[in-house]
Design a protein. Structure first.
Length: 379
């Protein structure tokens, strides 16, 4: 049995910078023991929340508050070591089930579709509700079985089908705010779709290339074939053969971000092209493509139930949080010009999610119906 008291003591020593190399190795071992860091024997959910809250409080209390007061325009809310620690704490406390991942699926009449759940639109306009009690084969198109099962939508091609089709049949998967979904395309490519996102894709990939259209955010693990795989957004096209990468292209953002974890990709935008290497991120804004090194684990933190920020303006931080909870942000008075770096576990309670932002940036949040009113506290 995992000794939770020992883990908590080591985590607190790590926060204080008093962890020896031997203790650090032992902490890593405990957190990854038996390959499963989730089976921690808490008495109940209240105990788990209380311990997690206490540890996260310590993270945010450990920041250099004097530096924040002196450099009022900027805010450093977490060090690299705190990033790693916060991620470890998240894995340590999170449940085995992905956040808000749908359980099962069934075909629905259009009038029965719940807009708070993922929805698949077939080529004939039929809506498929992906958060109901039925699972298994939903329907068949182009001799491809469309299967729903516990948060995964998969397209299983009949290997005996060698018919060459003149037309490409498309489906569209859309997720609402606060819901993620996993998609397996007919070529073997895996896609993780973040909340408030939409992807249009062929049931079968015909022709000389594989093309999908994305609005929102998705993580791709592209199956290797001799056909290029392309992700198309409003003004940007990402082209690969087989690789792992993340694309963030929400319509209300001013730029498109492509982060490469493995392999290589070509990013094209408004006549310009750049090649990405692992650990790099391309930011497409207007006619410019800027490339810089990033911590790729932070870029895909949303897959592990984390809001992650690296030197992000407060406005972008609030946009990301409010988008997940489907709320509008209103600033009372002058909008604070500060930068935020840190990790926040995605929670079912928006007030808990906002707590570390408020503490680090000296802000107050008034939660109204579908609105977050942000006020800067007097120092």
């Amino acid at each position: 049995m995992i000794n939770k008291s020992e883990i908590l003591e080591l985590l607190e020593k790590s926060l204080q910078g008093k962890l020896s190399q031997e203790e650090e190795k032992h902490l890593d071992y405990l957190l990854l023991k038996d390959g499963d860091v989730h089976e921690i024997p808490f008495e109940d959910e209240a105990e788990r929340e209380e311990i997690e809250h206490r540890l996260l409080q310590k993270i945010h209390q450990s920041k250099n508050k004097n530096k924040i007061r002196v450099i009022k325009k900027y805010l450093v809310a977490a060090t690299i070591s705190t990033f790693a620690l916060a991620t470890g704490i998240h894995y340590y406390f999170s449940s085995k089930q992905p956040l808000e991942i749908s359980k099962n699926s069934r075909v629905e009449k259009k009038s029965d579709i719940n807009l708070d759940q993922p929805v698949l639109t077939l080529s004939d306009g039929t809506k498929v509700n992906l958060n109901q009690t039925n699972s298994g084969v939903l329907t068949t198109q182009e001799n491809v079985e469309i299967i729903g099962n516990e948060g995964l939508l998969s397209y299983s091609k009949n290997s005996a089908d060698h018919i060459v089709r003149s037309q490409t049949v498309y489906n569209t998967l859309k997720t609402p705010n606060g819901v993620q979904y996993h998609l397996a395309l007919s070529d073997g490519t895996r896609v993780w779709l973040n909340g408030n996102s939409e992807i249009k894709f062929p049931v079968l990939f015909n022709g000389e290339e594989r093309v999908v259209e994305l609005s929102g955010e998705a993580y791709f693990e592209v199956a290797k074939t001799n056909k290029p795989f392309k992700v198309s957004t409003d003004n940007t096209v990402i082209q690969v053969l087989g690789t792992h990468f993340n694309v963030k292209a929400y319509k209300d953002d001013t730029n498109v971000k492509t982060t490469l974890l493995e392999g290589s990709v070509k990013v094209a935008s408004l006549g310009k092209e750049k090649i990405l290497r692992p650990g790099q991120e391309a930011v497409c804004s207007g006619s410019d493509i800027l490339i810089h090194q990033v911590d790729v684990e932070l870029a895909v933190g949303w897959r592990n139930g984390l809001f992650t920020f690296n030197n992000e303006p407060l406005e972008q931080v609030m946009k990301q949080i409010s988008r997940w909870y489907n709320m509008e942000v209103i600033y009372s008075g002058v909008k604070p010009q500060i930068l935020f770096t840190g990790i926040i576990p995605i929670r079912d309670n928006i007030q808990k999610a906002l707590m570390p932002v408020g503490e680090a940036a000296s802000l107050s949040f008034d939660i109204k119906v579908n609105k977050i009113i942000v006020t800067k506290n007097n120092d």
